[in-house]
Design a protein around this ligand. Structure first.
Ligand SMILES: CSC[C@H]1O[C@H](OP(=O)(O)O)[C@H](O)[C@@H]1O
Ligand SMILES: Nc1ncnc2[nH]cnc12
Length: 291
């Protein structure tokens, strides 16, 4: 049995986690470079929590400048078994207006300037991303939202754009026509890296705007987003508090194998592996490489 450690990545507007008991900052080094910030460790209702603000305090980092590999690596080193991404997003659906929390079940990756794997030359791995979200974690999030009276959509596709500019009207209309639900700039490659690190991952996409496709709403601005972010952030904090209170204390094996993703992924023969890369993979793939 492994004890559950809940990781929370705070997105835009969520730079701290009030309610974290016994909170202390911890600088965790990573062979993948600088994470966004020191992690904050503490407990909520007795459950160990590790919090990381992906843009750092003061929103210092743009989506393309975040070191996603270092972030996931330090969360793995901190013992995180289950990870919730709290993210602002634009909506392509009339029925998902600002204020809605969407429990994402699929992603489309349109990023192009980011390191998106821990693996590569000298240790190649291909994990499955068919089902990128851990179903158990999503069920716990849905139950917590229901208990807190927070309006949620129980599924949706998040398209991740590079940014930092918002979409053109033609892009926005295309994504809407393709049936995507929401858009953001950060959850890829985060979700891919969490899978490689065998951490169960789920996203709460908190709608702040209708992007620019909606005929009755102006094109999105940061000022408009910040106005909605404040109330979304308050709801997110009560969601996390409830999630922690009701969360199992032992990590539940993931029914789709998110927590054993590397079992079927490594392809490089042991004698062809690069010792330098193996050293960097000590946390992410230690379970297999040490075996
Ligand atoms: C401040 S609006 C654009 C910004 O907000 C979202 O960030 P996050 O996913 O970290 O909440 C979006 O992805 C952009 O980075
Ligand atoms: N419309 C939008 N596009 C991309 N990222 C966002 N984050 C919040 N709203 C967004």
């Amino acid at each position: 049995m492994t004890r559950a450690v809940l990781g929370i990545i705070g997105g835009s507007g969520i730079y701290d986690l009030p309610g974290l008991e016994g909170a202390r900052e911890e600088v965790i080094g990573s062979p993948w470079g600088e994470p966004s910030a020191p992690v904050r460790r503490g407990t909520i209702a007795g459950l160990p929590i590790v919090f990381l603000p992906r843009h750092d305090k003061g929103h210092r980092l743009s989506p393309s400048d975040i070191n996603y590999r270092a972030n996931i690596d330090v969360l793995k080193r901190a013992g995180v078994t289950d990870l919730v991404s709290l993210s602002a997003c634009g909506s392509f659906k009339e029925e998902m207006p600002p204020g809605t929390f969407v429990l994402i079940d699929q992603f489309v990756d349109r990023t192009h300037k980011r390191e998106s794997s821990f693996f590569g030359k000298g240790c190649v791995a291909h994990v499955s991303m068919a089902h990128p979200v851990s179903p158990r974690l999503r069920i716990h999030l849905a139950a917590a939202a229901e208990a807190e009276g927070i309006a949620i959509a129980r599924g949706g596709t998040y398209v991740c754009m590079e940014g930092p500019q918002f979409s053109t009207l033609a892009e926005s209309m295309t994504y809407k026509t393709l049936g995507y639900s929401v858009i953001g700039m950060t959850n890829m490659p985060e979700a891919k890296l969490a899978r490689e690190a065998e951490i169960c991952y789920a996203t709460v996409a908190m709608v702040t705007d209708f992007d620019c496709w909606h005929p009755d709403h102006d094109a999105v601005t940061v000022q408009d987003i910040i106005r909605v972010l404040t109330s979304n952030a308050d709801k997110a904090k009560s969601l996390v508090a409830r999630l922690a209170k009701d969360f199992p204390r032992e990590h539940e094996p993931c029914p789709i194998g998110s927590d054993r993703a590397l079992d079927t992924a490594l392809i490089t023969a042991p004698e062809a592996r690069d010792p330098e890369l193996l050293r960097k993979l000590d946390a992410v793939a230690g379970r297999l490489l040490r075996a």
